[in-house]
Design a protein around this ligand. Structure first.
Ligand code: GLC
Ligand code: MG
Length: 507
C-alpha cells in the first residue's frame, strides 16, 4: 500500500474482498476536497481510496452494507451540481455562445476550440467558471457535444436563455422557470404567429416551454417582427422577439434571453458573496447582443460575427471600451480577448512548441496533465522528433514502481511504459488524431502530492474514446525538468466511450 505523507493509497477489488452487495464504502462520495470531487467508478468493480489518517482514529472502519445510502441515479455526479463548485468567487467567468463562437463549423480540425480547451484546463478550470449560453435546445446541445471536442461547462444556458442547468447532471434551475412563467402564455403566441405566412416553424425539438421558434427570410424579418410585436401586445403579452443568424426568429417571455439569464446568475452569485472577479461574454449573432449590455462585463464579438450583432453594437455600445470585435475567428477570438483585457494567462499550451521548455515557477498539476497529454498527441502524430532525450524525460517522470491501471483492468508498471511509448511513436501520423482533457481537477493531498481527476478523450478518425482518469502526482525529490512525477494512474472507460478493442489505448 503506497504511503503518501500521512495518507495511504488503497486499491481494493471490492467485489472480491467485500462481496457483491457492497458496491462502495460508507464514506462515498469521498470527501477528497472542499469542492467534493469524490466519484463512483462507472463499472463499480474497482475503487481507489485515499484515506487520511486522523490523530485519534487511524483509519475509519467501513460500515456494513445495510447502512449504505442508495447510490445517486446518474453515475456522473463527481462535480457538485449547484453553483457552489468553487468555495470562493470565480477568478474568471466566461459566458460563451456555442455555434460560430466557441465552435467553428468551418474548421473541421477544431483547432481554435482545442486551443481554448487546453488553455482553460491548464489555467482556469480549478478556480474559474465556464458557462455555455446557446440558442440550442437540450436535444441539439447534446448533439453538438457528440460532434465536437467540447469541454463540460459548469453552467449550461440553453434555448436562448430560457433554460439554466448546473453541473454534469444538468440540474435545472426551477427558480428561473417559475420567474419565466409570469406574463407568458405560449398558446397565444402560437395562435398569433400562425397568422403570418412568412414564418416557418422550426423543428419540434426547438419549441420549448418558454421559446417558440421560426425561420424567416432576411428581407421580411423587420416588418414581420414589428407587426407581430404589435399583435402580441394587443393580446396582453409581454414578449421578446429576437432575430439571429439572418434566419432564426425566437419569441420568448420579456424576462428571458441570454442577457437576462446572465443577470440572474450574477445576482445569485452576488447574494452568496461570490461575484466573479471578471466576467467575459462571447458571441457572434443577434441573440448574443443582450450579453453585451450587462453592466461591468467584458465582451468579445468574434471576428466572424453576424451583421445583426455588429449593427446592434454600432447603435448601442460603440463607446464601450470593454467590448471588442476580435480579429480572430471563434474560440481564437475568445483567447485573444482574454489577452487583450488582461484577464489571466492567454497562451494556450497548444501554442507552445517546445513543451519541455515551459518550466513553471511552481509545480502546477493541472498544467502538467494538459502538457503530458498534449505531448502524447504530438508524439503519436510524429510532430515532435523521436529523440532519446524525450524518451529519457518520459522515463524520468514515470515513477518506476508506480502502477497504471489500464481501463481494461490490466495493471502495468509505470516503469515499463517506456517501451510502449517508444513503439507508438508516429502511429497516428497523417491521421486526424487528437487528444484533449476535460474537467481537470487537482486536489492537494500532501505537501508534495496531488490527486488529479480528469476525463481524457482521444479522437482518431471518426472514433472517439474517453476515460475517467485519476492520477497521483508527486514533486518529491523531483529534479527532472518536466516537473512532477506520475506515481499512480487509474483509468475507467467513460460511459459508452470505451472501444470494442482496447489494445490501441495506451495511457
Ligand atoms: C439555435 C436554436 C434555434 C434558435 C437559434 C437562434 O440555432 O436551435 O431554435 O432559433 O439558435 O436563437
Ligand atoms: Mg452563435
Amino acid at each position: 500500500m503506497p504511503r503518501i505523507g500521512s495518507q495511504y493509497l488503497l486499491q481494493p477489488i471490492i467485489n472480491n474482498c467485500l462481496g457483491p452487495k457492497l458496491a462502495r464504502p460508507s464514506s462515498f462520495p469521498l470527501p477528497l476536497s472542499p469542492s467534493g470531487s469524490g466519484s463512483y467508478p462507472p463499472g463499480g468493480e474497482r475503487l481507489i481510496l485515499l484515506l487520511r489518517t486522523h490523530p485519534s482514529s487511524p483509519i475509519r472502519p467501513i460500515a456494513s452494507a445495510a447502512s449504505l445510502p442508495p447510490p445517486p441515479t446518474p453515475n456522473e455526479v463527481h462535480i457538485k451540481v449547484t453553483m457552489d463548485r468553487l468555495a470562493d468567487a470565480a477568478h474568471l467567468m466566461i459566458v460563451s455562445d456555442l455555434d460560430h463562437t466557441m465552435v467553428d463549423h468551418h474548421d473541421p480540425e477544431n483547432m481554435s476550440l482545442l486551443r481554448f480547451n487546453a488553455l482553460w484546463e491548464a489555467n482556469y478550470r480549478d478556480n474559474s467558471l465556464l458557462v455555455f449560453s446557446t440558442g440550442r435546445s437540450p436535444t441539439l446541445y447534446k448533439e453538438l457535444r457528440k460532434e465536437k471536442p467540447m469541454l463540460t461547462p459548469d453552467i449550461t444556458i440553453m434555448s436562448v436563455g430560457t433554460e439554466i442547468t448546473y453541473g454534469n447532471a444538468m440540474v435545472p434551475d426551477d427558480g428561473w422557470v417559475e420567474f419565466l412563467n409570469q406574463k407568458w402564455d405560449r398558446k397565444i403566441v402560437t395562435e398569433e404567429t400562425s397568422k403570418f405566412p412568412e414564418l416557418t416553424l422550426q423543428s419540434h425539438t426547438e419549441q420549448r416551454p418558454h421559446k417558440v421558434s421560426f425561420y424567416v427570410q432576411k428581407d421580411k424579418a423587420q416588418d414581420v417582427i414589428k407587426a407581430l410585436a404589435a399583435r402580441l401586445e394587443e393580446r396582453g403579452l409581454d414578449v421578446k422577439i429576437i432575430y439571429s443568424g439572418g434566419m432564426d426568429l425566437d419569441i420568448l417571455p420579456q424576462g428571458a434571453g441570454k442577457g437576462q439569464a446572465l443577470a440572474y446568475l450574477l445576482k445569485k452569485f452576488k447574494a452568496e458573496g461570490k461575484s466573479p472577479n471578471n466576467t467575459l461574454v462571447c458571441g457572434d449573432s443577434g441573440n448574443d447582443a443582450e450579453l453585451f449590455s450587462i453592466p461591468e462585463v467584458y465582451g468579445v464579438m468574434v471576428s466572424n460575427a453576424q451583421e445583426e450583432l455588429l449593427q446592434w453594437h454600432a447603435a448601442n455600445a460603440k463607446d464601450n471600451s470593454k467590448i471588442i470585435h476580435a480579429t480572430e475567428r471563434c474560440a481564437a477570438g475568445i483567447i485573444q480577448a482574454i489577452g487583450h483585457f488582461n484577464l489571466g494567462p492567454s497562451v494556450s499550451p497548444r501554442d507552445v512548441t517546445d513543451l519541455s521548455d515551459s518550466k513553471l515557477e511552481d509545480f502546477d498539476p493541472a498544467y502538467e496533465v494538459v502538457k503530458f497529454n498534449l505531448f502524447f498527441e504530438r508524439w503519436r502524430r510524429a510532430e515532435v522528433e523521436k529523440s532519446e532525450l524525450y524518451l529519457a524525460n518520459m522515463k524520468a517522470v514515470c515513477c518506476p514502481s508506480g502502477v497504471l491501471v489500464h481501463p481494461s483492468g490490466i495493471e502495468k508498471l509505470l516503469g515499463d511504459c517506456e517501451n510502449a511509448f517508444r513503439t507508438c511513436y508516429g502511429d497516428q501520423q497523417g491521421k486526424s488524431y487528437r487528444v484533449w482533457v476535460d474537467q481537470v481537477l487537482p486536489t492537494q493531498v500532501g505537501s508534495d502530492s496531488w490527486l488529479v481527476k480528469y476525463k481524457k478523450w482521444e479522437l482518431s478518425g471518426e472514433k472517439q474514446k474517453g476515460c475517467l482518469t485519476t492520477v497521483l502526482l508527486s514533486s518529491k525529490g523531483v529534479s527532472v525538468p518536466e516537473g512532477l512525477t506520475w506515481v499512480h494512474v487509474h483509468q475507467t472507460w467513460l460511459d459508452g466511450a470505451g472501444p470494442t478493442d482496447d489494445s490501441s489505448w495506451f495511457f
